[in-house]
Each structure stands twice: as C-alpha cells, then as structure tokens.
Ligand binder design. Structure first.
Ligand code: HEM
Length: 356
C-alpha cells in the first residue's frame, strides 16, 4: 500500500518536473514568436499610416459601433458621419478598405496582447531560477495594456502626430523587454563568445546604439511634419510634401545628414567586431546584419526623399529602423552576456540538468 503511494508520489513529482521543463522550453519558443509578431504589428501599423487608414475605425474598441465592421456603406446609418464624429468634427466618407486595414491592425494587436499574456504566464516557470525573467515578462504585459490605451488615444485625438510617436516608442520598449527576457532565458544554454577589448567594443556599441536611437527619434519628427503637411496639401500634392516640410523646419535635413554619422559609427563597430570577436560568430554576424539593414534604410530614405515618398517604402523604412534597434539590443546583450547573467549561470545550468 505504502509502495503504491510512494510510486504515485514519485510519478507526480516527475510529471511536475516534466511540466516545468516543457514550460521553460515553450517560453523560449513562444517568446521568439511573440517578438516576430510584434515586428509584424509594427509593419502593419506602418501600412495603416501609409494607406491613410488610421481613422478607418472612428471609435474604439468597437469599429463603427460593431465588433465586425461593415463592408458596405449601406450597413451604416445615414448620419454616420456625425454619429461617429471625432473631436466634434464629422468623419471622412466611409472607405471599406481603410476600415478593414485598421480592423486587421486591431485584431493583430489583440492577438499579440494574448501572446504577451501567455508569455507572462509561461515565465512563472522561471520564478525560482531567475525572478527577473518573470518580473520583466509581466512588465511587458503591463506595457502592452498601456499600449492598447495609447492606441485608443491615437484614434480619439484624430491621429495626433505626437501620440503616434509615443505609440511607436512604446512598441519598441515592448520589443526590447521581450528580447531581454528571452535572451536571459537562454542563460546557461548558449555558449558565450569571448571578445578582446571589451571596454572599447562596449563604447562603440553603446555609441552606435545611441545614434541609431536618436536617428529614429529624428525620423519620427520628419514623419510628424509629413503628417502635418499631407493634411494641408492633400494626397494629390504628394510630390510637394518634402519641399513643404523643409519650409516649416530643418528636421528633414538634420535626419538626412545624421545618417552619415550613423553609418560611419556602424562601420567603426563592424571593424572593431571584426578585429576582436570570433570569426563568423554570433556577435560578428549580428554586427554585419545591422550594417546591411542600415544601408537599406538609407537607400529607402533617399528614394522616399527624392521620389515623392512611395507609399510601400514608408512602413519598410520604419520597420527597418525598429529591427535595427532590436539587433542592437541583442548585440549589446551578447557582448556583455557573462557580465550581465554570469551570476545565474551556475544556478540555471544546474537547473537544466536536474529539473529539466
Ligand atoms: C540610419 C538611417 C535612418 C534611420 C534609422 C531612419 C529612421 C527613420 C524613422 C524611424 C522614421 C519615422 C518613421 C515613422 O514614424 O513612420 C523616418 C522617417 C523618414 N525618413 Fe528616415 N531614417 C534613416 C535615414 C534616412 C535618410 C538618409 C533619408 C533621406 C535622405 C530619410 C528620410 C526619411 C523620410 C522622408 C521620413 C518620413 C517618412 C514618412 O513620412 O513615412 N531617412 N526615418
């Protein structure tokens, strides 16, 4: 009798260990999927803007007062323009394509909200090993809730330029938090790379991260001016937009010229990594992809500036800038892996062999 009890207790303990092991493994894979999904949402957000679909749904969280928005104007009341007025102003004519682009954007937003919720739940499996993973995963969840609220504000302020910028920075913060926790969850599993001259590498890595971030902020200022001028001149005068923004501020010229500094610093970074990191190791590969992304970023910027801002390039330009920052975070984490996570290496590594 006692032996049956003991065997089933052992069985239960084993199952618990297995469940924990599975949760840890799922957390890592799910975390990576969530990061990719957030980038997809950033891209879709850019498409919403470039197609002018931001006010496709004039209310929030519903769309034209419905959970599934209309596909035809006949499904709306005759006075819909005043019924769904924003800030006391009548809305534009109903456009099914705009409405559905914005609606898909919102659905994706909700889906990612659930993804981040699941990530936070899965992170509980790390609580005993590394509390930071759980705490930061929960922080990402809180950030995504705030992001939902900000999204509503963007609509209720009739796409206020500053609100769009805050919304974008919040998205980047969420990606940053997720990247940090997922990398941390690999502690004790991935091999760290040895680099020589770590202090110099760190200096140039942080400096290039700083200029890339500043360039992103400058870019958002250019975008804010474009939004203002496009409202004033309209879609038909697209060829005049760049000239229009240069009349109201110098931000465009600063953004354009700043690219030279961004590229030079990144070339310096690549050179340092080439000299001091292992050949074709993870760190070198990240550095190279960063440079390639920034070169494409500059090319898309030049085409936008001199060919009347082709619509498809707007979301691509923004996505590339966001991906570059994500790679920067990865790079800095890998360069400093031992220093940042070393304290937990033994514990987590032991956890992997005994518990997992
Ligand atoms: C390192 C290089 C660059 C980075 C990281 C960068 C980043 C950005 C970002 C983040 C935005 C805001 C996108 C948005 O909020 O929708 C932006 C906008 C813009 N950038 Fe750049 N940019 C770079 C280079 C350039 C260059 C070289 C040019 C032109 C010669 C340029 C022209 C523009 C224009 C015209 C916009 C407004 C686009 C729009 O209204 O959608 N960029 N940039």
């Amino acid at each position: 009798m006692l032996s049956i009890y003991f065997t089933s207790y052992q069985q239960l303990t084993k199952e618990r260990f297995n469940l924990k092991k599975n949760m840890v493994a799922i957390y890592r894979k799910f975390g990576i999927t969530t990061i990719i999904a957030v980038y997809l949402l950033i891209l879709v957000g850019g498409i919403v803007r470039s197609t002018g679909s931001g006010m496709g749904c004039p209310d929030w969280p519903k769309c034209f007062g419905q959970y599934v928005p209309p596909t035809d104007i006949s499904e709306l009341p005759e006075d819909y323009k005043t019924v769904f007025a924003v800030q006391g102003r009548e809305i534009a004519d109903f456009n099914a394509v705009h409405t559905w682009i914005e609606y898909i954007n919102r659905l994706l937003g909700v889906l990612i909200g659930f993804f981040i919720l699941i990530t936070a739940v899965l992170s509980i499996s790390f609580w005993k090993k590394d509390k930071i993973i759980t705490l930061f995963s929960v922080l990402a969840l809180i950030a995504v809730i705030i992001q939902g609220w900000l999204g509503a504000k963007v609509v209720s302020t009739d796409l206020h330029e500053g609100m769009i910028t805050i919304h974008m920075i919040m998205a980047l913060l969420i990606v940053g938090l997720l990247i940090y926790t997922v990398v941390r969850s690999y502690n004790g599993i991935i091999k760290t790379e040895k680099i020589t001259n770590p202090s110099k590498i760190n200096l140039i890595a942080f400096a290039s991260f700083g200029v890339a971030f500043l360039q992103l902020i400058l870019g958002t200022q250019v975008r804010e001016s474009i939004d203002t001028i496009s409202k004033k001149l309209g879609e038909n005068m697209r060829t005049e937009w760049i000239e229009g923004i240069t009349e109201i501020s110098n931000t465009f010229y600063i953004h354009r010229s700043f690219s030279i500094l961004v590229l030079l610093l990144h070339l310096g970074l690549i050179y340092m990594l080439w000299k001091n990191a292992s050949k074709n190791g993870r760190i070198q590969r990240l550095g190279k992809s960063l440079l390639i992304i920034l070169i494409i970023e500059v090319i898309t910027g030049i085409i936008m500036a001199y060919f009347a801002i082709p619509k498809p390039l707007q979301p691509i330009h923004m996505l590339l800038a966001s991906v570059a920052l994500g790679i920067h975070v990865l790079l800095i984490l890998f360069i400093n892996f031992d220093f940042l996570f070393r304290k937990n290496v033994v514990e987590v590594a032991r956890g992997n062999t005994s518990n997992e």
